[in-house]
Design a binder for this molecule. Sequence first.
Ligand SMILES: Cc1cc2nc3c(=O)[nH]c(=O)nc-3n(C[C@H](O)[C@H](O)[C@H](O)COP(=O)(O)O)c2cc1C
Length: 186
Amino acid sequence: FAPAPAKAAPRAAPLNAVGLYYSTTTGNTETVAGYLTAATGIEAVDIDSVDDETLTSMDALICGAPTWHTGADEQRSGTAWDEFLYDRLPSLDLSGKKVAIFGLGDQGSYGDNFCDAAGELYDCFSAQGATMVGLTATDDYDYSDSKALRDGKFCGLLCDEDNEYDKSEGRANDWVEQLKGEGVAF
Ligand SMILES: Cc1cc2nc3c(=O)[nH]c(=O)nc-3n(C[C@H](O)[C@H](O)[C@H](O)COP(=O)(O)O)c2cc1C
């Protein structure tokens, strides 16, 4: 008997590549990135440490920033995102990729500008053709105004390590489940 032709080994469907990028000044955004790492297994990388080729090889991006330039129209984060958004991102084609934003802010001291930088990231990534996912309800927050609002929702996961640090981990875990439901495959 001739040996049966070797069958190709069954292959699991390849997991999508997801990049988790952040920047931070006092560590709070890194703390929340750490909760997201714990929930997804994806290493959190400083946006300053990733090259464009790696970034555009991802199927989905999760991007997190604090807000430091209160009330500013542009460069609200006060971190490396400010350069990334205007020097690098405009030349990247993100069509077909899912992008989810998370932001850190302080509702108590900056309640008129809560997590404004998250809205800036949202608009800049959206302008490059990305499909934006992960918008969240505003109910559980105590703020006056925010440039992170889109159609009555926050444009991503918002956390407040200054006033509600005990809620961040749960919010991050819930958000990861939400992202899975929106087609981000971890
Ligand atoms: C000078 C200054 C300006 C700030 N401006 C804002 C602001 O406009 N909106 C906001 O939500 N938080 C604001 N914050 C709060 C920070 O965004 C918040 O503490 C955040 O957790 C810092 O994140 P990081 O540690 O990752 O840098 C400001 C804080 C400082 C000290």
